[in-house]
Structure formats: C-alpha cells, structure tokens
Design a binder for this molecule. Structure first.
Ligand SMILES: Nc1ncnc2c1ncn2[C@@H]1O[C@H](COP(=O)(O)OP(=O)(O)OP(=O)(O)O)[C@@H](O)[C@H]1O
Ligand SMILES: [Mg+2]
Length: 293
C-alpha cells in the first residue's frame, strides 16, 4: 500500500498553511513532529479526507482519494485533535454509534468494543457518561474509536496528549503491535512517544515538511552539538535566555545543563551523544532557518 501527497497546498484566507507538500508513505509507523501551528493537523485532516487540498492531490495506490470517496474513508481510522461527545452518551454508546457510522456488523462490533476497551483500560468505564471522563480517558476512548474497524490507515492527531506515563507506554505498545502491514501516522509534541516506534519521522514547520528521516539520521544531524555543562542555578537563570537547553538535572546544588550548540559553549563543557529530543531542538531552535531547507 502506498499513500502519496503530491504537491498539496492549503490556504486560510491569504495565509499559506501547507506549501506544496510531497511525501510518500508505506506501511509502518510515521511520526509527525513540529511546533504549534506548523500545519500538522491540517495535513492530517487532509489525509483523513475531512479537508480538501486547494491544490495538489493525495493518492492511495495511485488513485486520488477524492475520487475513491467512501471506499477510502472506510479504510481510515481517525482520532481528531479535538474530540467532542454527545452530552448523554456513555462510553459504550459512543463506540457503538461510531461503529454504526462505519457500517460495522453488530456482533463484530460487540466483540471489538470489549476487546478495545480492555486494550485502552476502559473496560470498567463503558457504562459511564463519557463527558464525565477525565481528559486522558476521553483520549483513550477516542483511540479505541479510531481502531474499531481495524483500519488499514490509522491517523492519530496528538493521541498521547493528557495520558499519564503508564498509559503512554501502553499506547506505544498497542501501536507497535498494530502497525504490522498497516500505515499509522501520529502527530505529537512528545518526542519520546514516537522515538522508538516510528520507522520514519517527519519534521514539519511553517507548512513545509523539512525532513523525513529515521531516528538515527536525526541523531546524526545533531552529532557534536550536545554538551553537558555544570553551573550554579543563578548562572543558569541568566544563561538560559541566550541558549538552547534540552534538559537540566540538579545534583547536590549544582545544575547539570544539557546544551545544544555547535561550538563548545564553556571550557568545562563535555560533549555527549544526542537523543532524538536534542536533535528536534537542534533542528527547530538552533539550526538557522536557511539551513533547514
Ligand atoms: N480553520 C482555520 N481557519 C484559519 N486558520 C487556520 C484554521 N485551521 C488552522 N489554521 C491555521 O493554520 C496553521 C496551521 O494549523 P494546524 O492546526 O495545522 O497546526 P498544528 O501543527 O496542528 O499545530 P498544533 O501543534 O498547535 O496542533 C496555524 O497558523 C493555524 O492558525
Ligand atoms: Mg494540531
């Protein structure tokens, strides 16, 4: 299976939100990273066929998804960034309703809801009104909804927002198990959510996909640019406004500061191996804009 964006653009009034995006995806997990307003949700909505490109096209195995229509949408599971629930729906009502919209058969629906509720840890909450769920529970219900009909293409817009650490790990495992011969695209701000499950990671900003690379390739980009520097808390408060800092650990009153810089920032700085998070900060906050193209 191949899903291809071909020179896809989108404007809101005169604002160019997506600029000539071209990317080809196959099976596997794709991570979509980028700062607020980069265009991730806009791209995702187009892939889910809930928003049309102004120009360009999206091809599923060579056919424009707009001309495939319902048959394409039936292959897609989609978790929007903002989910809304009918006021008095219980968790089960919501999933049954979603399954009916997808045209799923009743006995299969019942079995699938039990299975998925268990996977996302909501098996004891399906009778409760979902508006009374916590934010993380609503997100997990949304994830179950997206997975209902075993979609060939699973598109998740910030699926881990609001999930606690344990649920994040469970989510990653669900996605890893699911992605065999399917396409999963997920956007997130939490680099560690995709670091070890995404085979390809897209970095997007200002409506452009800057890179489609593996984790290892990004880490290579930030090679020799990550340093550990020890300093006092007072010094750090002044220093941090003019530096890109990826992490700070306080150890017995001394701050161990992780700094992104392509030159040794202090005489006592010690170079260290980059993580994907360091590479993200390097690309979006350090690398000059010109060099990102
Ligand atoms: N319906 C709309 N009308 C006007 N502008 C919009 C609309 N939807 C999105 N935009 C603009 O398009 C740009 C991209 O938005 P988008 O939601 O795709 O970004 P994002 O990468 O998903 O951001 P976030 O990380 O905050 O979710 C932003 O500048 C946003 O203000
Ligand atoms: Mg978004």
């Amino acid at each position: 299976m191949e899903l291809k964006f071909e020179r896809v653009s989108k404007n809101y009034k005169d604002k160019k939100v997506l600029k000539d995006i071209s990317v080809t995806m196959g099976t596997g997990v794709y991570g979509l990273l980028g700062p607020n307003g980069a265009g991730k949700t806009t791209m995702i909505k187009m892939m889910a066929d809930v928003l049309r490109p102004d120009s360009g096209q999206i091809l599923y195995d060579g056919r424009n998804i707009r001309s495939i229509g319902d048959e394409y949408r039936a292959k897609v599971g989609y978790l929007p960034q903002e989910i809304s629930f009918y006021s008095n729906f219980t968790g089960r009502d919501y999933l049954e309703y979603s399954a009916a919209l997808k045209g799923m058969e009743k006995s299969y629906t019942k079995k699938r809801i039990e299975e998925l509720a268990y996977h996302v840890g909501l098996q004891n909450d399906l009778k409760r009104q979902c508006r009374a769920y916590s934010g993380g529970m609503q997100r997990r219900l949304g994830i179950a909804q997206a997975l209902l009909d075993n979609p060939e293409i699973l598109i998740l817009d910030e699926p881990t927002a609001g999930l606690d650490p344990l649920e994040r790990v469970k989510f990653r495992n669900i996605i890893s198990a699911y992605s065999n011969d399917r396409l999963v695209l997920l956007s997130t701000h939490i680099v560690s959510d995709i670091e070890h499950i995404a085979s390809k990671i897209m970095m997007m900003e200002y409506g452009v996909i800057r890179y489609v690379n593996t984790r290892e390739e990004y880490i290579k980009m930030a090679k020799n640019c990550v340093w550990i520097v020890k300093m006092s808390a007072e010094k750090l408060v002044k220093y941090q406004n003019n530096a890109v800092i990826s992490n700070v650990i306080a150890k017995e009153g001394v701050m161990e500061v992780r700094v992104i810089d392509d030159e040794k920032p202090f005489a006592n700085a010690v170079q260290t191996a980059p993580t994907l998070e360091d590479a993200y900060l390097y690309i979006f906050n350090y690398l000059p804009e010109k060099a990102r193209r």
